[in-house]
Design a protein around this ligand. Structure first.
Ligand code: NAG
Ligand code: NAG
Ligand code: NAG
Ligand code: NAG
Length: 633
């Protein structure tokens, strides 16, 4: 990200933070409020020091900080360095503009910085995760202190493996080229990695295989973080871990808890253990900000909260699978921040959780890496017990369907803001839907859109207005929206929301095709004809009658089509034919989906969609392959 520019979302984030600090809501932060902030954050300062700090931010010398001044701090920084800035203010040592630990390198005349802390953390994580993988020994273990990472990832193998780890079974490993790599087979691996990353919801729109091959640090680290985060967050979800219901607060229902983002749930979790430890309850100031930067900065910097959490979650020896581990708390009273952080991490190490952060990262409050550290603690030792509360309606807990997940991953891969964690909840204000309209080239008049943060009163009305606008746009786009009103989106009605989202995704898929075919209208018929023709011209025996054709369950048509588009790409020895068992079908489908991605088709559908012949997803598979096939000529 370039310096000096901030996105709408970043501005909103800053607005939210600002409003939290501005206790009397007069639109300015005064010395009292800043002092309060620092005190609550566990860094009380004498009044004159607070005023000192304030003056650094106060550009027009009126002894208070306006939102613009507050924003100016952000604008002078690159990327998400805001936490570091805050820390510098709090540490009251350095000025606020210095940024530590980033390297500059130029590519195509643009300055990109990347974080050496991230590189260090990710390399260690990958080294551990793939330590025993025979296919990665040619590059492992990487030296975290050098740029080895960027070269090592250039052949795509490690990336594919990390994706498969984050969302198991995303990549059929039979499709990874492992031996005697050439320019072409490397390119294939990178296509496979990029298209698979996209299918699990990574935003990869501005990254190409060449960027990865050349090892452009900011792009490689950005992609890696997304892949790692998806893996770390996979189980921070109620339907995957019912014990999370232990985090319910008085008066809350399971539904309230289900609406929280993984970040918010993690914070809850940390708070839960801190409260049990009798440690000062984390002030309500941090707990109701959902943004991670500020939270992690204030919570964990001095390592004491971490010490308590480790002590709470360490196995007590009451379960068979883990022997008892007693956390040595002696480092807790260590005076020096750095030494205390190191002592804490040594205890984390005893739990097998010394990952992602160095003592310096703890002190500096690096938001990403501290988040990853906490998520990993949660995954290894959640230390929660599912409550046997009679009032909890467990029936609500249905995991998301495959279709919902595919839609969500599709949206996230297009970079919608905010990230969609829960399909219906996160679409209720239509902001994401409106962004999707823009992706299918339907102009959105953002002046007509209410944007968060919404006012306390009438929030729902503001969201409903957006939803109504989203439905109007759909009608003018000739979507079939019979019986769908803004209210249904606002209510999170599953059937009707899915109906709209599907039409958006279908339109998106067809647009991609039309762009390749000189704007010629594309529809199901055109695609089926093209598939039949391409198969026939390549001398293949399969054909399809429609996207509902039951024969598609064998995936043979897909596999032969791939081989028709890129002759010789399919290893037919791996393909099961004849009377197929369900396992055989799934095997073929996995091979087909990964191969489609490998030859360059951005397929979001899952193998099960082919086996069960889900017409919508089947349509997207053939449409993407047609797009790929047309690029050939
Ligand atoms: C990766 O994919 C293969 C299927 O090809 C699967 O057998 C393996 O378990 C996966 N690895 C992980 C870590 O999920
Ligand atoms: C939250 O903070 C406000 C203002 O600082 C205070 O008045 C209130 O009592 C706090 N609430 C809780 C639950 O701690
Ligand atoms: C969603 O809308 C459909 C169609 O109007 C309706 O039949 C269904 O009951 C609604 N679902 C919920 C949960 O309200
Ligand atoms: C494709 O082939 C099938 C099977 O021969 C045939 O029934 C169908 O009409 C063809 N579809 C198109 C659009 O050509």
């Amino acid at each position: 990200k370039m310096s000096g520019k901030i996105t709408r979302e970043e501005e909103e984030e800053m607005r939210e933070i600002f409003e939290k600090i501005d206790l009397d809501k007069n639109g300015f932060i005064c010395d009292y409020e800043l002092g309060e902030l620092l005190r609550e954050a566990g860094h009380p300062l004498p009044g004159f020091k607070v005023r000192d700090t304030l003056q650094k931010l106060d550009r027009n010398h009126d002894d208070k900080i306006s939102f613009d001044e507050f924003l100016a701090v952000r604008k002078t920084l690159k990327g998400s360095q805001v936490a570091k800035t805050f820390r510098k203010v709090i540490n009251r040592k350095e000025g606020i503009l210095a940024i530590g630990g980033t390297s500059e390198l130029s590519s195509e005349g643009t300055q990109h910085s990347y974080s050496e802390e991230e590189r260090y953390a990710f390399v260690n994580w990958i080294n551990t995760a793939l330590e025993k993988d025979p296919d990665c020994q040619h590059v492992l273990a990487m030296d975290p202190n050098t740029d080895a990472l960027f070269t090592a990832l250039g052949d795509g193998i490690v990336l594919c493996k990390m994706i498969n780890l984050s969302v198991p079974d995303t990549i059929d490993e039979r499709t990874i080229n492992k031996k005697k790599l050439t320019h072409f087979t490397t390119q294939e691996n990178l296509n496979l990695a990029l298209n698979s990353a996209s299918a699990i919801g990574c935003h990869v729109v501005n990254i190409g295989a060449l960027d990865l091959k050349e090892g452009k640090p900011h792009l490689v680290l950005g992609l890696l973080w997304q892949i790692i985060k998806i893996g770390l967050f996979a189980d921070i979800e109620l339907s995957r871990n019912e014990a999370l219901a232990a985090l319910l607060r008085d008066g809350e229902t399971l539904e309230d808890l289900m609406k929280l983002s993984p970040e918010e749930l993690l914070l809850r979790w940390a708070n839960y253990h801190l409260e049990n430890a009798g440690w000062k309850k984390i002030n309500n100031f941090s707990s109701d900000i959902s943004k991670i930067t500020v939270i992690y900065l204030f919570l964990f910097q001095d390592s004491r909260a971490y010490f308590h959490i480790l002590n709470q979650i360490a196995p007590k020896g009451t379960e068979d699978d883990h022997p008892r581990i007693d956390i040595d708390m002696s480092g807790f009273s260590e005076r020096d921040d750095l030494k205390r952080a190191e002592a804490m991490l040594q205890q984390a190490d005893r739990l097998g959780c010394r990952q992602f952060v160095t003592p310096t990262d703890v002190i500096s409050g690096n938001p990403k890496l501290n988040l990853a550290f906490v998520a990993n603690l949660f995954n290894k030792y959640p230390a929660l017990t599912k409550p046997d509360n009679q009032d909890i309606d467990w029936g609500l807990l249905e995991g998301e369907t495959r279709e919902e997940r595919t839609f969500r991953n599709w949206m996230n891969s297009l970079g919608v803001n905010p990230t969609v964690n829960h399909l219906y909840v996160d679409l209720q204000d239509a902001i994401v839907i409106l962004q999707l309209y823009e992706k299918i080239k339907v102009p959105v008049d953002w002046n007509k859109v209410n944007k968060p943060p919404y006012p306390k009163l009438g929030t729902n009305m503001k969201k409903l207005e957006n939803c109504n606008y989203a439905v109007d746009l759909g009608k003018s786009t000739k979507f079939s929206l019979v019986g769908i009103g803004g209210q249904d989106l606002n209510d999170g009605n599953a059937t009707l929301t899915l109906a709209l989202v599907w039409q958006l995704m279908r339109r998106y898929t067809l647009n991609v095709l039309e762009d390749l075919g000189d704007g010629e209208k594309a529809n199901d018929d055109v695609i089926v004809k093209w598939v039949n023709k391409t198969l026939a011209e390549a001398g293949k025996s399969t054909k399809i009658s429609s996207f509902k054709d039951k024969e598609i369950c064998s995936s043979l048509a897909v596999l032969e089509l791939i081989d028709a588009i890129q002759p010789g790409s399919i290893n037919f020895e791996l393909v099961k034919t004849g009377g197929l068992s369900e396992d055989d079908k799934l095997n073929n489908a996995k091979y087909a989906i990964s191969m489609a991605r490998k030859i360059g088709a951005r397929v979001y559908a899952l193998p099960e969609d082919l086996v069960e012949v889900k017409p919508k997803m089947v349509m997207t598979v053939f449409a993407c392959l047609m797009g790929r096939g047309m690029k050939r000529v």
